[in-house]
Design a protein. Structure first.
Length: 442
């Protein structure tokens, strides 16, 4: 995490203060349950809440103790004892460090996910607004980077909306997957702590009791969680890459907002670069990368080892902070994106009507030509247009004119039949159908 790519609300979830507060709550809730069961005195549980609940934990003191003990949970418990006094001997009864660490980690991931879901809702709202705005803004669709057939810019946005709506559903599933608690003691047998303590802590912390744990919560849950973040990052990159392509000088159908006083290059004053979406592409690579060590964490030795620990101390904060920043940045890009409909039409027209080639192909087959002959007839006229485009950068040969002058084509199609196949509206006639699928009756 670095401030440049971090937002305060997400960062605060991973702060030492937040972590130690969660550790305390786990221990205190466990004491409540232990008191209910008669394992520790009721007054001790009350004292632990009263003194620890109002305390400000001294991070430097905890670090000082850890330098001696070489154990972070023991350092915290020692500091807590300094605050609580003699009743602190009832804290951590029958528990092991992983009970605290794993439950805390999942609480933090749940809190982080709730922020990510808020980010996702804001992004979906921005995409939807732009989709509706440009539902009928015709532009060229491309396959392999080459002009294919007309679409609308609104359809591009609708596709992004549907994709991030799926991402939101996946994120909800990931939240459910990760929201578990383990207070099962050494090697997960509950030998020294009643399972009812775990149930009590889980409910108090907004989690579910892990059905079966070893000494740690199973790491397949975390692997799924971080893989989900990686998929969301990939969707961010897909949209960012689309914007980057559309902003290229030769295309320039859309462009990141360029604010007053903004500078694009230290050397070339004319530059307006897609810096935000390039940044998003890089951040997506990071978030995706975190999914691999999360998957490698699944295979721990026997009932526990700590090979996962160092990984998670880094990828937990870094992945969620980075994705939070990226979602908010993409929302800003979409919200302020400059869209140029006239440029879209101009680019489409540069190929002299070739976007209608499939309609002519189909018309010829429906008029009696074999598909092979029809393809040959359409392609030979299309290549004349392509050749003129390659020379001039804009077609000097018109596809419609070539077809009308081709005697072999005219054996099958009249002039009116050929001209009818050059109707741009034909390609967008089902936009409303697609929008209803994506947005419902809105």
């Amino acid at each position: 995490m670095i401030p440049r790519y971090s937002r305060p609300d997400m960062v605060s979830i991973w702060s030492p203060e937040s972590k130690f507060r969660i550790w305390f709550e786990i221990e205190a809730h466990a004491c409540d349950a232990l008191a209910e069961l008669g394992v520790i005195p009721q007054e001790a549980a009350k004292t632990i809440w009263e003194k620890g609940g109002s305390a400000t934990f001294d991070i430097e003191r905890i670090d000082e103790i850890e330098r001696e003990t070489k154990h972070d949970v023991i350092a915290f418990l020692t500091h807590l004892a300094e605050i609580v006094g003699p009743d602190a001997r009832f804290v951590h009864q029958g528990m092991t460090s992983s009970d605290v660490l794993d439950t805390c980690f999942n609480v933090q991931l749940v809190k982080a996910t709730d922020l990510l879901l808020e980010d996702m809702d804001a992004l979906l709202a921005a995409i939807k607004r732009r989709a509706m705005e440009h539902k009928d803004t015709v532009c060229i669709g491309r396959s392999h980077g080459i002009h294919a057939e007309p679409v609308t810019f609104g359809l591009k946005m609708a596709e992004a909306y549907a994709e991030f709506d799926r991402c939101r559903t996946r994120l909800l599933a990931a939240r459910e997957e990760i929201a578990t608690c383990a207070i099962s003691g050494a090697v997960g047998t509950f030998a020294n702590i009643d399972p009812r303590v775990e149930e009590h802590v889980a409910k108090a912390m907004g989690l579910k009791a892990e059905p079966v744990s070893t000494q740690v919560i199973p790491r397949d849950r975390h692997a799924m969680y971080f893989a989900t973040l990686g998929v969301i990052a990939s969707s961010i990159e897909r949209v960012a890459t689309e914007v980057r392509h559309l902003q290229r000088t030769e295309v320039l159908e859309a462009e990141e907002f360029f604010s007053k006083g903004q500078k694009g290059s230290s050397a070339m004053p004319h530059k307006r670069n897609p810096v935000l979406t390039e940044n998003l592409t890089g951040l997506a690579r990071l978030v995706r990368g975190y999914s691999i060590p999360a998957m490698e964490n699944v295979a721990l030795w026997h009932e526990r080892d700590i090979s996962h620990s160092s990984v998670e101390r880094m990828i937990g904060p870094d992945a969620t902070v980075t994705l939070d920043f990226a979602l908010v940045r993409l929302t800003g890009v979409i919200d302020k994106l400059m869209v140029y409909p006239e440029r879209m039409i101009g680019n489409m027209d540069r190929l002299g009507g070739l976007v209608h080639s499939q309609r002519i192909l189909l018309a010829l087959t429906q008029a009696g030509s074999s598909r092979e002959d029809a393809y040959r007839l359409v392609q030979r006229n299309a290549m004349k247009v392509w050749d003129s485009y390659q020379v001039a950068g804009s077609a000097s040969v018109d596809f419609l004119t070539e077809l009308l002058n081709d005697d072999d084509v005219r054996k099958y199609l009249s002039e009116d039949e050929i001209r009818d196949r050059f109707d741009l509206g034909y390609h967008t006639k089902n936009v409303d159908v697609i929008f209803k699928r994506v947005f419902g009756d809105d």
